[in-house]
Ligand binder design. Structure first.
Ligand code: NAI
Ligand code: MG
Length: 342
């Protein structure tokens, strides 16, 4: 079967790191048709919109999408809204998966292997904001439906992992919203008897993650808490250059590095391609090509263990050299296994 993969590099280092991820996917030998689409600040300057409708059509017509990063101005610009935020909303990509694991040679905290399952469509990011004179209000939206579907994602993934889910909330203060989220996730948990559930208040969780990150398997939480905790987890695992993510919905899925467009280093050929390459591996997991996805992660591990890395991780390689280092190790692993994956 030939996969149709949509590729949206975006702005800044997204252009460099997505090219690297595509090279790695091509090197796996899996049959793929690439559909190239555009979004971001550069697109806005050229076409007057940051997210052309052709791009949305490309995402929905493909089996999965690889997205780089887009630049957003700090103060509002008429007609510009972050396209990734819009894509998440328009396509109802309600589950944001953010794995964080230990890697050799990059100062990761040992034993980390967690997956943060962040509700991606509601909470404080539901877009219900208003100002009234000197008062500004953001509404926090939590629904039973939204909590149920993210809970199912978390429990199903936990079954494929170490079988433990930690529900993170602040139900002692946010009684209505976090109360509903907590209750719903706990109820759904009864349908997964093989999975152990525990719970933690978000402030305690922020501390626990620093003290004993190896304790956690799947963490399920609301939108803003998940955003913050996943950056903390990324730092514990070795930095933002290694952090991939997936936005999953029932109609479409988009895989991207957690980092942004990094204008400070864009165009210099020094960006770390690993987060985008690991996002490509998550895309393959989603397409049930897990053998190849695992082999890409093994190749990344071998390259990092050998010190074949970019400057942000203390290495000396360019983006292109780091990519080739991973591809070379992938091919070695593939040959050792008789190449039965391709
Ligand atoms: P950033 O993630 O782009 O950069 C933060 C720092 O990390 C910078 O010093 C950068 O050089 C470094 N860095 C990031 N990724 C790296 C990599 N792969 N290799 C080596 N170093 C790396 O975040 P920042 O600076 O807050 O935002 C820059 C732009 O990116 C903004 O316009 C922001 O709106 C956008 N952004 C977009 C995101 C997306 O498209 N999903 C997510 C986060 C930010
Ligand atoms: Mg963030």
């Amino acid at each position: 079967m030939t996969y149709r993969i949509c590729c949206i590099p975006g702005d800044g280092i997204g252009i460099e790191t997505i090219a690297a991820a595509c090279e790695v996917l091509d090197a796996t030998g899996l049959p793929m048709d690439w559909v190239h689409a555009e979004a971001g600040w550069g697109t806005f300057e050229r076409c007057g919109t940051p997210l052309p409708k052709e791009t949305i059509e490309a995402v929905t017509s493909c089996d999965a999408t690889l997205f780089g990063a887009v630049s957003s101005p700090l103060s509002p610009v008429e007609g510009y809204r972050s396209p990734i935020v819009r894509l998440r909303r328009e396509l109802d990509l309600y589950a944001n998966l953010r794995p964080a694991r230990a890697w050799p040679g990059v100062g990761s905290r040992p034993g980390i292997d967690m997956l943060i399952v962040r509700e991606n469509s509601e909470g404080l990011y539901a877009g219900r904001e208003r100002t009234n004179g000197e008062t500004a209000i953001t509404e926090r939206v939590i629904t039973r439906k939204g909590s149920e579907r993210i809970a199912h994602v978390a429990f199903q993934l936990a079954k494929q992992r170490r079988g433990r889910v930690t529900v993170v909330h602040k139900a002692n203060v946010l009684r209505a919203t976090c109360g509903l989220f907590r209750r719903t996730v706990m109820e759904i948990g009864h349908a997964y008897p093989g999975v152990t559930i525990d719970e933690m208040l978000v402030d305690a969780m922020a501390m626990r993650l620093i003290l004993e990150p190896e304790r956690f398997d799947v963490i399920v939480t609301t939108n803003l808490f998940g955003d913050i905790l996943s950056d903390e987890a990324a730092a514990l695992a070795g930095g933002i250059g290694l952090a991939p993510s997936g936005n999953i919905g029932d109609r479409a899925s988009i895989f991207e590095p957690v980092h942004g467009s990094a204008p400070d280093i864009a165009g210099q050929g020094i960006a770390n391609p690993t987060a985008s390459i690991l996002a490509a591996a998550m895309l393959l997991d989603h397409l049930k090509e897990s053998l190849i996805a695992t082999r890409i992660r093994q190749a990344v591990g071998c390259a990092l263990a050998d010190g074949a890395s970019t400057q942000d991780l203390g290495g000396i390689l360019s983006t292109g050299e780091a990519t080739q280092a991973i591809i070379a190790r992938y091919q070695q692993l593939d040959n050792n296994d008789g190449g039965e994956s391709t």
